[in-house]
Design a protein around this ligand. Sequence first.
Ligand SMILES: [Zn+2]
Length: 70
Amino acid sequence: MVCCRCGSTNVFVTPVAEQRPRGCLLTLFYIFLLCIPVIGWIALFMLIRGRRSRIVTYAVCQNCGKRRKV
Ligand SMILES: [Zn+2]
């Protein structure tokens, strides 16, 4: 693999756990669910459990430090 900035082949590939971005609309939705007893709480619990961080592979150049997704 070749670095797109400096052209160096000294590129280190590393997996990085990345959290999905959380919008303020989703936070409002969580609060809304909290206001609904039992059904809302179950839905909230399922939503939180389903929100997992995904693994993104990054190629990090050891020469210039340029980081990009693979
Ligand atoms: Zn580079």
